[in-house]
Design a binder for this molecule. Sequence first.
Ligand code: ZN
Length: 393
Amino acid sequence: LLFLISIPFLKDTVEIQINSKSDYIKLSKLGIELDHYRTNTLVHAYATDKEINILKNNGFVVNKIINQAYQYYMQLKQNERNPLGEYHNYNELTDFLNSIANTYPNITSLESIGQSVQGRELWVIRITDNPMIDEPEPQFKYIANMHGDETPGRELSLYLIEWLCANYNVDNRATDLVNNTDIFIMPSMNPDGFELGSRFNANGVDLNRDFPDQYNDINNTITGREPETQAVMNWSNNHNFTLAANMHSGALVVNYPFDGPQSNLYSACPDDDLFINLSLIYANAHSDILSGGFQNGITNGAEWYALYGGMQDWNYIWTNNLEITLEQSITKWPNENTLDDLWNDNKESMIAYIEQIHKGVKGLVTNATSRQALSAMITISEIDKPILNHSNF
Ligand code: ZN
């Protein structure tokens, strides 16, 4: 049994001592997969025995450490009342979403955008007025739990879903958002990883390294990618998302593109100013993120640590969607009794961030006489990133 359980964990969680910033560049050249957790003297990473030897041969001090998230996961699994305590396991998550869809049929629509490696549905709930019609409203998405053992975002998604639905026609802010925005929330991109207590999917792949990449993997096709990645790519390509965030844990910071090419080197995308502003909206309403060790609670991805095949860069480059990465909790699997507080810490940020989709210029591109929708390439002077609109309406 132990052997079976250990299959998804071919890599151990390790702690690597850091002497200087250039060590991070060395680590990325060695291809070591770094975790979100890092300080000036320590970084957590995932490594095979072979990689641990390579690290040692390169002069690094490496120690295997206990994986806190996995430890708490095992503790919850032993609880007979409910295998995952107050966390929603896959069945409970499915029940929760079905119950929301049944209670609020006029403003929600529940769909599965595909199946995980182990056949679990990849649920997405759409929250908007007239959810069965594509209205000319901006489309927003939140994705959580792409790293299976990063659990707060998964639960925060459920709190947000409930808040939006229960407050429709009760609270002005919720009502305005639902009436004027096409909101999509995916509480778990990696349901297998959650059930296994693992960062990776059931094939042992890190989904946030599995997307096309502007430096390393420029073919924007789904071929050869994991089923969860394929599902998100197809779904994103079939929509017109313009603003998004994906939720992680292991640090307290808001991270924006680009994520590559080199660690400790700021890698600005053409919309750098806009990304900084968007990131500050989230950070400024979150006192723990503001004091989480990063200037103003935000960081450029590469300047923190470089990675390839991440989801946020793919969204920006290939789908015209501005996506940022939220690190919402240092602890990846915090005690269940802290979830209410976590929601209170993130609630204002999560709501205010969606509201940003209504800032700036928006409109419809149509034929002047027939009013027929047109495809158009839209450019803004001094920003080297043309935007292709969506002509499906
Ligand atoms: Zn993560």
